[in-house]
Design a protein around this ligand. Structure first.
Ligand code: BG6
Length: 478
């Protein structure tokens, strides 16, 4: 008999608060790395960026936003507690109670609406002071400040929150170091050492967070999270398959291999040994990674697209180390001829999600939770309406793919959270790149009235949730 999505399947959506709240100096909040980030445009995209002072004004309108989530029928909603709202500087003794009050009110509002909160503990929001003074997660002290932050949040919210996510997209620490880990590569350090040390430090931070959460609330469910961007080979040559496997290991799987096994995988040891990397790692740190690995309850992932990997023709294949170094930092943006891309050049590859789920299911043998999936579109509001059929189409295809993974492949999937309930600033501070089921009425330069308007996809997703994923037809009378 085929499996089915369970009756308790956690349908809903997710948001990164630092990209939506605004109120960037209200309520005692300190500046964080997203506030201070100077954006580099995505390749080929003309720059048009916002500051973070107002964003989608979610700080003042979260109750209204949650009422729309209730109307859509959400079972779960993932959001992030902005670190610098709770610890404005990051190294202070006492947390900012006003910040904690704010997130507790948000959770009370969700629970009242019958929506299960899923809370991320760091999502592009490290206090900027920790970046400037300590170089973020390159510093062991910052790992402890983070663990303290986790403790402050969990001790306030325990009992109200069951599902925690330690670290948003932990595999991106060295790819986007400013935003994801609040640091930069020291001038006197080579890239392999930077990559390895930061990967290790983030693994320790994650592990300490797991221990803190479990000590505070033994009933909590804790996950690590992967920003999953699988690579497909540029050809059927074995050399390209090898390059793809190497890239997938180093870019996608490494942190999750560590957090699930409690050990550094042999391919990582090998990578470091060949480059004479000397890791700053204590026995106690290895131990916490090991003990925390036994306590993980589920694994979370985001998925938007696949990319393409392959060897470099201008480097001798025999020079494997040089090939690996080039593959690790490949910015050729190889095209996949089989899939269309969105306006930002991101491949739409729904079946890649099924493959990713099968792969993770077999590799880690833990319940999986998709906590981000969606498409950014530059779309206009016309007569108070947004006909976002491209978004509906994207979601239809991806939801079909996840259903196949459950029904045909037996993947243990807890839920699916779309990205996102409302429009907000993209990770590149783009207001044009809209992800919401609700249109937020502002542009890059004009804050207008910030009112919310239901897009066509709002009604479509409402129907999907109501039918537990059975009715995916785009037959909305809008
Ligand atoms: C994920 C992040 O990487 O991708 C989100 O967790 C982000 O914060 C999302 O918004 C989409 O990326 P972008 O760059 O289009 O905002």
């Amino acid at each position: 008999m085929k499996n089915k999505l369970s009756d308790n399947f956690l349908w809903g959506a997710a948001l990164s608060n630092v990209q939506a709240e605004g109120g960037y100096l209200s309520g005692g909040k300190g500046l964080n790395v997203y506030d201070t980030l100077t954006v580099t445009p995505e390749p080929g995209i003309p720059p048009m960026f916002c500051d973070t002072s107002v964003a989608s004004d979610h700080y003042h309108r979260y109750k209204e936003d949650i009422s729309y989530m209730k109307e859509m029928g959400f079972k779960a909603y993932r959001f992030s507690v902005v670190w610098s709202r709770v610890q404005p500087l990051g190294d202070e003794e006492a947390p900012n109670e006003e910040g904690l009050d704010f997130y507790e009110s948000m959770i009370d509002c969700l629970l009242e609406a019958g929506i299960e909160p899923v809370v991320s503990l760091v999502h592009f929001d490290m206090p900027d002071h920790l970046r400037v003074k300590y170089n973020g997660f390159m510093s062991k002290e910052v790992i402890d400040f983070y663990a303290k932050h986790v403790g402050d949040v969990v001790n306030r919210l325990k009992g109200k929150v069951k599902y925690w996510i330690t670290y948003n997209e932990i595999n991106l620490v060295s790819g986007l170091p400013y935003l994801v880990s609040g640091c930069e590569q020291p001038a006197d350090m080579d890239y392999p050492t930077f990559f390895s040390q930061l990967t290790f430090n983030a693994a320790v931070a994650h592990a300490k967070a797991v221990e803190v959460i479990k000590a505070a609330d033994s009933k909590a469910w804790v996950a690590g999270m992967l920003g999953h961007c699988p690579f497909n080979p540029q050809s059927t040559r074995s050399e390209d398959l090898w390059a793809t496997q190497f890239r997938n290991n180093m870019h996608n799987y490494l942190p999750m291999d560590i957090m699930t096994s409690g050990e550094l995988p042999s391919y990582f040891h090998n990578y470091m040994a060949k480059r004479n990397v000397i890791l700053q790692a204590s026995e106690a740190e290895h131990q916490v990674i090991h003990t925390a690995s036994k306590k993980l309850d589920y694994l979370a992932l985001s998925y938007y697209r696949t990319n393409v990997a392959g060897i470099f023709e201008n480097i001798p294949y025999d020079d494997i180390t040089a090939q690996e170094d080039a593959i690790m930092q490949d910015d050729r943006r190889l095209k996949n001829p089989h899939y269309d891309a969105n306006e930002w050049g991101w491949n739409k590859d729904p079946e890649g999600l099924r493959l990713a789920l099968i792969d993770m299911h077999e590799r880690y043998k833990k319940p999986l939770f998709i906590v981000e999936n969606g498409i950014g579109i530059d779309e206009p509001l016309v007569d108070e309406k947004v006909y976002d059929d491209e978004r509906i189409d994207y979601y239809q295809m991806h939801i079909k793919s996840i259903k196949r993974s459950v029904e045909e492949d037996g993947v243990n999937l807890m839920g699916y959270l779309a990205w996102s309930p409302i429009d907000f600033l993209s990770s590149h501070k783009e207001m044009r790149k809209r992800y919401g089921f609700l249109y937020v009425n502002r542009t890059t330069d004009d804050l207008k009235d910030l009112n919310r308007y239901k897009k066509k996809s709002f009604y479509w997703y409402q129907k999907v949730i109501k039918s537990n994923g059975e009715d995916l037809d785009n037959n909305i009378d809008y």
